[in-house]
Write a protein that binds this ligand. Structure first.
Ligand SMILES: [Zn+2]
Length: 251
């Protein structure tokens, strides 16, 4: 019965029983999750917990995109990693942890970061993209490619005790370039981070994506969700499309 596209298998029902009763989700929403492919770019402090929550929710397939090897200073926040993976490919460590956690989802690894050379192909293979990259250049690239291919993008970012999530649906909402026409001044590659903060922001992003995929109401379209973990304060800032945005104005 597992191959039937529009039904859950008995095994699926057994695993996801506790969330099938979530109002608005049900079997239909669960089937949508199972039939979806989500790409997560960078599986560090943000993308790791995000991918874990998508795996827990029963996403059909994860494409994990991340270059580089595991270093000691990754281990305060990158919860898919393990100390015995030091020096090895981070994306392999993430895939192994996720496969042990949920062996019933498909996981594909790409051991490189988003570049001009691979962006179009990577986005084409996904139904939804989760952006957890620290560099603005990568975030802009993902935004541009998702707008071009009209794929939803959940942009997640954090700094110190704060973080933000922007759900982007090309043609319906402002895109990242509407908000940031250029890389903001003073943006730093390296930033202070506690793992619990990045995981919290990651799970806000995961929930926005899960709602979008499963057809639940309440997706924060044209809103920037901002969370300050020091004050434990959440704010939703209305954002608007820039009619002159060089990325999305034609949509
Ligand atoms: Zn735009």
């Amino acid at each position: 019965m597992e191959d039937i596209e529009n039904e859950l298998s008995d095994r699926d029902r057994a695993i996801y029983e506790w969330q099938l009763n979530v109002p608005g989700l049900g079997e239909q929403g669960q089937v949508k999750l199972r039939n979806s492919t989500a790409l997560v770019s960078r599986i560090g402090g943000l993308g790791g917990p995000l991918a874990l929550s998508l795996a827990a929710a029963g996403i059909g397939k994860l494409i994990l995109v991340h270059g580089g090897h595991l270093r000691p200073d990754d281990l305060n926040r990158q919860i898919l990693m393990r100390h015995d993976y030091l020096g090895k490919n981070r994306v392999d460590a993430a895939a192994e942890t996720l496969r042990q956690f949920n062996p019933h989802i498909e996981i594909e690894t790409v051991a490189e970061n988003f570049t001009e050379g691979n962006a179009a192909d990577l986005v084409e293979r996904a139904d939804i993209v989760f952006d957890a990259a620290p560099l603005f250049e990568e975030r802009f690239l993902m935004n541009r490619e998702c707008v071009l291919q009209q794929k939803p993008l959940i942009d997640c970012a954090m700094f110190n005790m704060e973080g933000q999530v922007i759900p982007i649906v090309p043609g319906e909402t402002a895109c990242l370039a509407c908000l940031y026409p250029e890389v903001p001044e003073h943006w730093k590659r390296r930033f202070p981070v506690i793992g619990a903060v990045s995981a919290l922001i990651a799970n806000i992003g995961a929930m926005e994506g899960i709602k979008l995929i499963a057809g639940l109401s309440g997706v924060n379209l044209n809103r920037l969700i901002y969370f300050d973990t020091l004050a434990m304060k959440l704010q939703k800032v209305k954002i608007v499309r820039n009619p002159d945005c060089k990325i999305c104005k034609k949509l």
